[in-house]
Design a protein around this ligand. Structure first.
Ligand code: ATP
Length: 680
């Protein structure tokens, strides 16, 4: 008898050297060993060759049909070939360096061969052969990630022993949950992971562990969320609903139903005594600005100040323009603070802010400098969640008496990731575009077709519209064969000479130069804006209807979608041309997806599928836990179920008192969640 906490050396056959190897695989105790799951199972089930794809491993039962022939390929190297019949198929089996088989593979012998199926040549390159029909051999063998330190077969022996002798493997899932979902108990499930009887057993075992992992993960998130909600008192912002309604009436359009829903969600949070911790996601052009404005105005009607933090000066300015246009007529005072605000103006502004003479302050990260003090800050909105670090958000949050905070992002995040990565936040989604928007017509073209692209662009310009041309990098680089913005600018300036004005914008320009160019484009003085990706987020020039993206294969789907979102923002039909010649399948798939849909959430799902969750956010930022079994993409249904169960459990009394939930509670304790610590 052994115990999970005992060292692996308690198992027979594990000496010092093996123990060291195991240690470098992070396996020290018997429990560690048991919880090391195989990365796949080798499938030894008999298969029909007609249904086996090329290059797949396959096991067949066959009769030897010819005398084997052996070719010597060098010292100790030889290839043995023999004809075998498996059902209707007469194929060849090839074995390397197993000369002893020559005497045994005689015509009429029945063998079970496992190997790789070469469909074209009708050959099995055998890796193992047993004599006689397939009987006692197992169907599945687990394969562990052992970095070549220990043989699979030996490792399996240790595993067998560990499972047979460990007496204290604890059941974590209570009986009621297991029976509701018909999940295997822990013993059966471990058996099914390491030594499945058959495919169904392996599948059931996986099902249990996927659910268990996701439930534990969601319990951590939900428990944290609950404890934060209880601990973090916020402001009760009693806004004036009639003023809000009146303001909404003054807008030149009716809010979409998604905008209305989200405004309600935000207002409800404002009113509650808990601190708002909400993420607002909206697809490009879905109209987040007006929603933000309504929220800020709500705080103002309750006597508070509001702040809106944008990632760039251009965006901050754009927000100021929109908000001033809405608010000046009703006496709400809006001001901007950015890195380029002059010293004297800044001093005056800060004094006014501290006196409460400014109602809404908009700015870049200049807003979080220490000398910026508010009179009565009640509500903070940060635009573009991804660009601000956690620390910056905390500083901003601490600039008032626990102001409510709303994070806004225009990067649609697939639902599955939103409830995991941002699980401790409430999420609002604007998943509807304003009525009357036309789909942006997107085309994927090769560089040779540039001439046709330019004529189409010219036709748009002649109609009074404007165009963007996006290039990935700003200067020639020998290593990267990329189009450069300066070249494109020169080329287009010459091409449109005397007819249309071309402007150039890139990240190395001084912020004031950038602003000037952007303003000139916004006013229609510049007709074609050649730019690197600095225009990516949020820029709103509704008269721009044509976008060409050079070397489009260099961009990820999310970024392409963001870029494309700069057109199609007004009433005119808009176009986006991707100039790309992607070599990889994935690159081609990306281009195709762009031409097929305008829906950011669909593209985000696709992006996630093509790149995996880690890359979606950038590995470091992702904050996603690593799972042994669960896969956030394929197991999203289980994730959803686990999330609902976790939510119900943490809010139920029985979860916190009943004995059957003790193992799950202990896991929360170990993770530090109950002390209100972060989950990752
Ligand atoms: N309900 C509506 N009906 C009609 N037009 C609207 C509506 N809401 C917003 N708009 C207009 O849609 C355009 C896009 O809005 P906004 O700039 O707020 O988008 P956004 O969500 O911030 O998008 P992005 O992230 O791409 O900048 C603006 O020109 C805005 O005036």
């Amino acid at each position: 008898m052994t115990s999970c906490t005992e060292s692996v050396t308690a198992l027979k056959g594990i000496g010092k050297e093996t123990a060291e190897h195991l240690q470098s695989l992070h396996i020290e105790t018997i429990g560690d060993l048991i919880w090391t799951f195989p990365y796949r199972h080798e499938d030894f089930r008999l298969k029909d060759l007609t249904e086996t794809p090329h290059n797949e491993r396959v096991t067949i039962e066959a009769t030897v049909e010819s005398m084997p022939s052996v070719i010597f390929l060098g010292k100790n190297k030889q290839r043995l070939t023999v004809a075998v019949r498996a059902g209707r198929h007469l194929v060849k089996a090839v074995f390397f360096n197993q000369g002893y088989l020559r005497q045994r593979l005689l015509p009429g012998t029945i063998v079970t061969v496992t190997g790789k199926w070469d469909r074209g040549r009708q050959v099995i390159v055998g890796s193992s052969v047993t004599f006689g029909p397939k009987t006692e051999q197992v169907d599945f063998e687990p394969m562990y990630s052992l970095r070549g330190l220990i043989q699979q077969k030996r490792f399996r022996k240790y595993m067998r022993q560990a499972l047979d002798t460990a007496v204290d493997v604890e059941e974590t899932l209570p009986e009621n949950i297991r029976s509701d979902y018909q999940l295997l108990d822990i013993q059966e499930a471990l058996e099914g992971v390491h030594f499945p009887k058959d495919a169904a057993h392996a599948k059931q075992a996986r099902r249990r562990f996927v659910y268990e992992e996701l439930l534990e993960f969601q319990l951590r998130i939900q428990a944290l969320r609950k404890s934060r909600k209880e601990a973090e008192r916020g402001l009760e912002i009693a806004y004036d609903i009639d003023s809000l309604r009146a303001f909404i009436q003054t807008l030149p359009y009716e809010l979409t139903s998604a905008q209305k829903r989200v405004v309600n969600e935000i207002c409800k949070d404002l009113k509650l005594p808990q601190r708002m911790n909400r993420l607002l996601q909206g697809d490009v052009g879905s109209g987040k600005t007006v929603v933000a404005a309504i929220g800020l105005y709500a705080a103002v009607t309750a006597g508070y100040q509001g702040a809106l933090m944008a990632p760039t000066e251009i965006l901050a300015e754009q927000h100021v323009q929109s908000l001033q246009a809405w608010f000046e007529p009703i006496g709400v005072r809006v001001a901007i603070l950015s890195g380029s605000t002059k010293t004297k103006a800044r001093r005056i502004l800060l004094a006014q802010l501290a006196e409460g003479e400014i109602d809404i302050l908009i700015g870049t990260h200049a807003l979080i400098q220490p000398d910026v003090t508010f009179h009565k800050l009640g509500f903070v909105i940060t635009d573009e969640q991804h660009r601000f670090g956690v620390e910056q958000r905390r500083i901003l949050r601490d600039k008032g008496e626990h102001p409510d905070v709303l994070f806004m992002t225009a990067t649609p995040i697939p639902r599955t990731l939103a409830i995991t990565a941002f699980g401790e936040m409430d999420v609002s989604i604007i998943d509807e575009l304003p009525a009357g928007r036309k789909e942006i017509e997107t085309h994927w073209m090769k560089e040779e077709q540039l001439g046709a692209v330019l004529s189409k662009m010219q036709a748009e310009l002649a109609n009074g519209r404007q165009a963007y041309v996006i290039c990935p990098l700003i200067e020639e680089s020998d290593k990267l064969d990329v189009q450069n913005a300066v070249d494109a600018y020169n080329h287009l300036t010459a091409y449109f000479a005397g007819r249309f004005t071309v402007g150039l914008m890139h990240g190395r320009l001084h912020p004031t130069e950038k602003d000037e160019i952007m303003r000139a484009f916004s006013n229609g003085e510049i007709h074609v804006l050649v730019s690197t990706t600095v225009v990516e987020v949020g820029v709103n020039v509704p008269n721009a209807t044509f976008m060409t993206i050079y070397d489009a294969e260099r961009f990820g789907l999310a970024q392409l979608h963001q870029l494309r979102g700069r057109v199609g923002r007004g009433e005119h039909q808009s176009y986006c041309v991707l100039i790309a010649d992607p070599k990889s399948d994935e690159g081609q798939e990306r281009m195709r997806s762009m031409t097929e849909t305008n829906d950011g959430f669909k593209l985000a799902e696709k992006d996630l599928e093509l790149r995996g969750p880690g890359d979606f956010f950038g590995r470091k930022q992702s904050g996603l836990p690593e799972f042994k079994m669960a896969d956030l993409i394929h197991d999203y249904r289980a994730l959803d179920v686990a999330r609902r169960d976790a939510e119900r459990l943490v809010h139920s009394e029985e979860f916190w008192v009943k004995e059957e939930y003790e193992p799950l509670r202990n896991k929360l304790e170990v993770a530090g969640v109950l002390q209100g610590e972060r989950i990752d």
